[in-house]
Write a protein that binds this ligand. Sequence first.
Ligand code: FES
Ligand SMILES: [Fe+2]
Length: 329
Amino acid sequence: MSKRYPMPIPFGWFHVAFSDELSVGEAKPIRYFGKDMVLFRTQSGEVACLDAYCPHMGAHLGHGIHDFMGKGGEVQGESIVCPFHAWKFDTEGMVTDVPYAKNIPPKVKDKQCLKKYPTTEENQSIWVWHHPEDLPPSWDVKPIPEAQFDNEEWGDIQIHRKVINTHMQDIAENGADPAHFCYVHGTVHVPDVAEAVFDGHSRNVVLTSKMTTPQGDINGRIEFASVGPGQSVTYFGGICDTVLLGNITHIEDEVVEVTFGFIQKKVNGEVPVGGVNAAIIEDICKQLDEDTPIWENKIYRKLPILCDGDGPIARFRKWYGQFYIGWSE
Ligand code: FES
Ligand SMILES: [Fe+2]
């Protein structure tokens, strides 16, 4: 299939795993941004992400003889060990040991020989900074109070993942497109855009919508907040408090991974099981499924013909454009 999107992968912080998916001493192969990498956690708990392929003879550092046990690569102390000839690399991508050689080859001695991707842990998640020109991070991942390990009032993160063939900008654009809620998701009314603020790396959009329930019409309120292209959080108020960590990470140019982490408020010390709590999560995941055939088959219209009922699409695109290198609207 020919390319449907003219824009490249944007730069920013991107979710690659939840913190508890990478234990101490664990190394995993990951592939995002069209690149093979290894993600590992050292004995001291530090997370690092390096280029996957060993500078010695090219083995993948995230795979090894223990793969059949689901173990992936090997970590010793603060280093990752290549499965092929046991060269060791620290979290900066420097060779720290070649166990069978008298000397570390001068070409790699005291030099970074594996590309390191900046990482951070926030909101019980591991984030990798991607930039096509390898510039350092220019903002921080925003801490979400409900997503902190020690927040007792909110429950555990409930995870839902999906791989979709599209560009991530189109998924984000949904929040600036109130009309599609009617025709794709079957809401009775087109939601109102009560607020749309695009400020620096952040954007905040509030949608309000009359929802018809057996108890009569209620006013639903959905708040989207994004920081950069990779991090977004949506607050669903009204019926039962739900926070959605909605993160998108490109795997390839037109393939993305959507990771939903739902956090719900405890009632009397517990998150209610089933009922409205389960229904709201099910409904949001259903919406993602409903959008998927649109995203997987559409093209990108650089100059869409908008009408007066459309949302702040142009402002959204202008804001999003800041995260590209070498491409503009
Ligand atoms: S290929 Fe990595 S140590 Fe030889
Ligand atoms: Fe949608």
